[in-house]
Structures are given as C-alpha cells and as structure tokens.
Design a protein around this ligand. Structure first.
Ligand code: CO
Length: 144
C-alpha cells in the first residue's frame, strides 16, 4: 500500500449518525455533483425534517455548509472526516473480500462495523489486510 493510502491524520470526533450522513453527503456530491436534503432522506429512509435537523447540526459543528434552497457542501473539516470514513470503509471491504463473501453481505456488514471500530483496531486490521494482500497463498487457505 502506497504512502498516499495510509491512514489520514486524526480529524474531529464524530458520532456514528453524523458519520453516516457525511458518508452519504460525500457520495452524493461525488456521483451527482450536489447533495440535497431530499436525496439524503431517500437514501437513509428517514424524514426530511430529521435530515434537516442533522444537517443543521453538522453545519453548526463546522462540517457542512448548508443553505436551505441550494443544498450543502462539505467544509474542509467535513472533507477530512469524509476521507477518513471512506478509507475505513474501503479497508474493511478489502479485508472481507479475502473471504469471498457475497458483496451484499460485505456492504451490509461494513456499514454496521465501520462506525463502531476504534482507531487502534482499525490499525491492526490494516496491518492484517496489508499482510494478506502480500501473501495470496494465505488468502487461498482462508477460502472455503
Ligand atoms: Co460505509
């Protein structure tokens, strides 16, 4: 794994719910070019009122810049958190893929695991993932 893929420096602490939002917002901006409350509500299957409340909180925390009629953008701090979240999601996905699990199961489990894992455990799993990546013969032994 190259230097640029190393764990990003520590960024503000966020709750699992805030991380879920930042993950969706970053993904929407990446794929559609913008993120609106209505899109987030549809993806997370919650009411627009609840989404608005959370987005206003993220704005107050300096992670998102929210304008009622124009949607939202991530601030630099929000980008840093979103980058950390994306890195963690990719790492856990890469690890589970060594076991040839169905992609749908991998996605669901990563979404559940990612917000509850400590930085220490993530570092350990990153070392394990790098080791397995360098040793396909071990990976072959793990497959059923
Ligand atoms: Co995720």
């Amino acid at each position: 794994m190259s230097e640029s893929e190393a764990t990003p420096p520590s960024t503000p602490r966020t709750t699992a719910a805030a991380e879920d939002y930042l993950e969706r917002i970053a993904a929407l901006i990446r794929t559609k070019g913008y993120a609106r409350v209505v899109d987030i509500a549809a993806e997370l299957k919650i009411s627009q009122a609840s989404v608005t409340t959370m987005v206003q909180r993220l704005d107050a925390d300096g992670l998102v810049k929210y304008e009622k009629y124009r949607g939202m953008v991530l601030t630099d701090a929000g980008e840093a958190v979103a980058t950390r979240i994306a890195h963690r999601h990719e790492l856990l996905t890469q690890l589970l893929r060594f076991f040839d699990l169905p992609e749908a199961i991998i996605f669901r489990d990563v979404e559940g695991m990612e917000h509850h894992i400590s930085g220490e455990t993530l570092d350990a799993l990153e070392r394990l993932t790098r080791h397995l990546d360098a040793h396909p013969e071990i990976v072959a032994q793990l497959k059923r």
